[in-house]
Design a protein around this ligand. Structure first.
Ligand SMILES: [Zn+2]
Length: 401
């Protein structure tokens, strides 16, 4: 029997390992894979004797960890291009809301579609991400907003992972917005989440994490705290949409509950950044929403850096505020709008994105023992992955299974 299933040679590698400086570059490298895991990695001249069932020369191409999109809402019904057009033609947000637009339009469309229809609509989005080197995608619910429709969304997300080469991680985001039938009764809707939905989702193993939107237009900190306490009782890790439109203490709330990540953070204060740093949570930056909303308040990047907070970058793919089904474009925007370095952008969609999903020990870097999800690129240097705009450079996506 061969020592390795696959041996990759004549490659240049950016390991993105935390313990190595920069990109962790290895010139003239080799990488051996066994059982879907990295069995050996290093300079070709140091490669130990061994046979491989198959050997592949990369012809000098760069290898990086396959990309990870750690924050998406890519299962949804309809789209909001009509509102987009109306706004650019002069309609106000108020006009659109009065006409039944906004997130409620997405909720109505999502509720109105069958699981098969939602699956068919979402599959091209998964394929678009995979085509640019993404091997792991987090998908949130949050447009169903009742027990049956939230479960329908999570089942569709699970099915997308089972039927495509991409690995999908699912997140219950029932606390996304208060549904129309509970207007003025957010506490009662929170009861429904805690008493009915969360136990059912946990019992059926449909979610890998629980998320909430803490904002004046969504849920208060005490309501989010109830959802997070229940998630904790059920053994589910939490994440939070925090401080996107105002400083509502979201960063502190996420830190208090040992969240895997605090996402958005445009209005996070210095003390909020410190709280995240102390908790070990990842800051997930979402420049697509920042761009689409015409936001001018940037996340406190310098303070997050000073505090040593890991920075991840994600597409936030959703029909309202971030119709960007491209993680490469999110990297491009993070470098232009938030001044992240190309190294920070690449770490943000590999190592730190894995950490934001609680998968740091399993993937996100090219190291022995890690899952062999590998992207091969036609580039001269990995910094190009943030530099080029709208330029597909993926040569091949090699997946562990
Ligand atoms: Zn989001």
């Amino acid at each position: 029997m061969a020592d390795w299933d696959l041996l990759l040679t004549n490659a240049r590698i950016a390991t993105m390992a935390a313990k190595t400086p920069g990109y962790g570059e290895i010139e003239d490298a080799a990488l051996a894979i066994s059982g879907g895991r990295i069995a050996w990695i290093g300079s070709r001249e140091d490669l130990p004797d061994g046979d491989a069932a198959k050997t592949l020369s990369l012809e000098g191409r760069w290898l990086t960890p396959a990309l990870i999109d750690c924050h998406t809402h890519l299962v949804f019904g309809g789209d909001r291009s009509g509102e987009f057009e109306q706004r650019l033609e002069g309609a106000s947000y108020e006009d659109i809301a009065k006409a039944g637009g906004g997130i409620m339009a997405t909720v109505r469309a999502t509720r109105g579609m069958s699981a098969d229809e939602l699956f068919a609509a979402a599959l091209p989005r998964v394929q678009a991400l995979a085509a640019e080197g993404v091997a792991t995608i987090e998908i949130k619910s949050g447009y169903g907003l009742d027990v049956d429709n939230e479960i329908k969304m999570l089942e569709v997300a699970r099915r997308l992972g089972e039927t495509s080469a991409v690995d999908v991680r699912t997140t219950l985001l029932a606390a996304h917005t208060v549904p129309a039938e509970y207007q003025g009764k957010a506490d009662e809707y929170t009861d429904l989440i805690c008493n009915d939905l969360l136990p059912e989702v946990a019992a059926r193993g449909l979610a890998d994490a629980v998320d909430a939107y803490c904002e004046s237009i969504a849920f208060t900190a005490p309501q989010v705290a109830r959802v997070f306490r229940k998630a904790g009782e059920l053994g589910l890790p939490v994440k939070l949409h925090a401080d996107q439109l105002s400083d509502g203490g979201g960063a502190e709330l996420a830190a208090h509950f040992n969240a895997l990540s605090a996402d958005h953070l445009e209005y996070t204060s210095v003390s909020g950044a410190k709280a995240i740093a102390e908790s070990g949570a990842v800051a997930v930056l979402l420049p697509g929403a920042f761009l689409t909303l015409g936001e001018t308040q940037k996340p406190p990047i310098d303070e997050l850096r000073r505090q040593g907070v890991p920075l991840a970058v994600a597409s936030d793919c959703n029909p309202g505020t971030s119709p960007i089904c491209s993680l490469r474009n999110a990297m491009m925007l993070a470098s232009r709008l938030f001044r992240l370095t190309p190294l920070e952008c690449l770490a943000g969609v590999t190592r730190e994105a894995a950490r934001a999903l609680g998968l740091a020990d399993d993937r996100g870097t090219l190291e022995v023992g890690k899952r062999a999800d590998i992207a091969a690129w036609d580039i001269h240097h990995p910094r190009e992955l943030s530099y080029w705009i709208g330029t597909p450079q993926l040569a091949e996506l090699l997946l562990a299974d």
